[in-house]
Design a protein around this ligand. Structure first.
Ligand code: NAG
Ligand code: NAG
Ligand code: NAG
Ligand code: FE2
Length: 477
């Protein structure tokens, strides 16, 4: 009962701070002593090539269907195609099943990729640990992953959020801290390898090193991919004019499962969450395929089954950093009213190399004829969170616009990652963890009340129930 009272106090505290949000939030004065923003040397052990002839490398998995009963396993073999099959099962060393995949390769100026394997493993059981084996003979490698619980409104689940990761020592720190967090799936908000910073003789190489760099997480749990500007890889002067080629060859997404026509935008459901991935660098204005798809997908969201509605994109819609200031306005103008109408819980973005969180605000009443409008507090609006602070290759975005605008709740120019820990249909805990030079530190954290189960008559009902039990509890105590 004391716990419930504590819960009520926390709820009151959160509501009070919500009412208070006319005041601008916090600009953290923490100054991080960062490592230089240069990539870790290519011969560093962080990029070690696995031993053995033609051994599979750059192993990564992602969700393979709409509801979490499938994974897509991808890997690269450097010397020859080798088998594209995955042996898997529920006990180590005895693999009951085999799945057959595909292999492809591509070239890009003078770069020739290795042999890229993709294999859909489906018909899995929920909430089960699977072991899998790829490669052949002495060079075979084994990994494992956990499938999510069955879709259920109260299924607890812990997501991590990483953006703009790159392959610097700052990136390594973020990755190591993320792995310690105990989160089960990464929601990745774009800008993976920064391989596009290398051209001519070095073009493409850093896609391979990055794949090896992240393998210690990506081989064991799904990373849900969205594309950033560093995935565009558009180099007419090197005759590379197929945008997103390397990303699409290497990082498949389950887009067909959500009836999308393009791997760059899609949706999945996992445990108690419905996750929508948008493409900031694909057309999204009215009547384009992405716009048509999103309008249909939002109608399919069933908050009775998946209470938590999360949107991922690369370019933030609310950003008070001088870097990339107002770049998200075009998407805001098109999609913000839908986010409010459908009561999205949280929108995660990257791109800006710093951390920022907004209050629940919207600016959907803007009217070019009647005059100015400003973002206003809006209980139906999502919280907007920018986590473009993975490590990148260009340094931190250290200059915030002064004074801090009213919509901005917390901002800090440091490296880190976030976790979003769903407890049940009404509560989720959010943390932003600054790397803090070796020690993981939860710097910004708050409790989210679900936008569907927390803001309608359902909340009043739940509250009455809680109040009654607290009053009874005090009485009994
Ligand atoms: C794919 O690999 C084969 C065998 O090494 C090679 O002959 C071919 O040119 C490669 N294709 C591309 C598009 O690079
Ligand atoms: C925009 O403002 C004008 C002038 O006040 C008004 O006539 C019009 O109805 C408004 N449009 C919308 C869509 O609210
Ligand atoms: C949901 O989780 C929160 C936080 O752990 C807890 O306080 C609350 O009682 C839970 N609600 C239900 C209905 O179990
Ligand atoms: Fe970016």
């Amino acid at each position: 009962m004391r716990l419930m009272l504590l819960g009520l106090i926390i709820t009151l505290f959160v509501s009070v701070s919500f009412l208070n949000k006319g005041n601008a939030g916090i600009t953290s004065t923490f100054v991080r002593s960062e490592w230089p923003s240069t990539d870790i040397p290519i011969d560093n052990e962080a990029f070690a090539v696995p031993k053995g002839h033609n051994a599979p490398q750059q192993v990564h998995i992602t969700q393979g269907d709409y509801d979490g009963k499938a994974v897509i396993i991808s890997w690269v073999t450097p010397d020859e195609p080798g088998p594209s099959k995955v042996l898997y099962g529920t006990s180590q060393n005895s693999y009951e099943f085999t799945a057959k995949g595909t292999v492809s390769n591509y070239s890009f100026y003078k770069y020739k990729s290795g042999f890229i394997h993709q294999c859909l493993v489906d018909g899995l059981e929920y909430d089960t640990k699977y072991y899998y084996k790829i490669g052949s003979g002495e060079s075979a490698r084994e990994f494992w992953f956990h499938t999510p619980p069955k879709i259920d409104p109260d299924a607890p689940y812990k997501f991590g959020i990483i953006g703009d990761l790159g392959q610097t020592y700052n990136s390594l720190s973020t990755l190591e801290h993320y792995i310690q967090s105990g989160a089960q799936t990464v929601l990745f908000v774009g800008d993976l390898s920064y391989a596009d910073r290398y051209t001519y003789n070095d073009v493409g190489l850093r896609w391979d090193s990055w794949g090896r760099f992240v393998e210690k997480s990506t081989a064991y749990q799904p990373w849900i991919w969205s594309a950033g500007n560093h995935e565009i890889d558009y180099f007419p002067y090197m005759e590379e004019v197929t945008p997103f080629r390397s990303f699409l060859e290497r990082y498949p997404t389950p887009y067909l499962a959500s009836k999308s026509s393009n791997p760059l935008w899609y949706a999945i459901r996992r445990a108690s969450a419905h996750i929508i991935v948008l493409s900031s660098y694909s057309p999204f204005v009215k009547y384009t395929p992405q716009w048509e798809w999103l309008s249909e997908e939002l109608k399919k969201v069933d908050r009775e089954k998946t209470p938590w509605l999360i949107v991922l994109m690369h370019v933030p819609i609310y950003n008070s950093n001088e870097a990339h200031y107002m770049e998200g306005e075009s998407m805001r103008a098109v999609f913000e009213s839908w986010f409010v109408h459908y009561k999205v819980d949280v929108v995660f973005a990257g791109h800006v190399h710093a951390y920022e969180r907004s209050y629940r605000i919207s600016n959907i009443h803007y009217n070019i004829t009647s005059g100015d409008r400003y973002p206003i507090p809006d209980k139906s609006a999502p919280v907007y969170i920018t986590v473009g602070d993975g490590g990148n290759q260009e340094g931190l975005a250290a200059r915030f616009i002064d004074p801090q605008p009213d919509y901005s709740a917390f901002r800090e120019a440091s490296y880190g990652h976030s976790t979003f820990e769903i407890k049940n249909r009404t509560h989720a805990f959010y943390h932003w963890n600054r790397n803090d030079d070796g020690k993981k530190l939860a710097t910004d954290s708050f409790l989210l009340h679900n936008q569907y189960w927390g803001s309608s008559h359902r909340r009043r009902k739940l509250k009455k129930h809680y109040l009654r039990s607290i009053v009874e509890g005090i009485y009994i105590d």
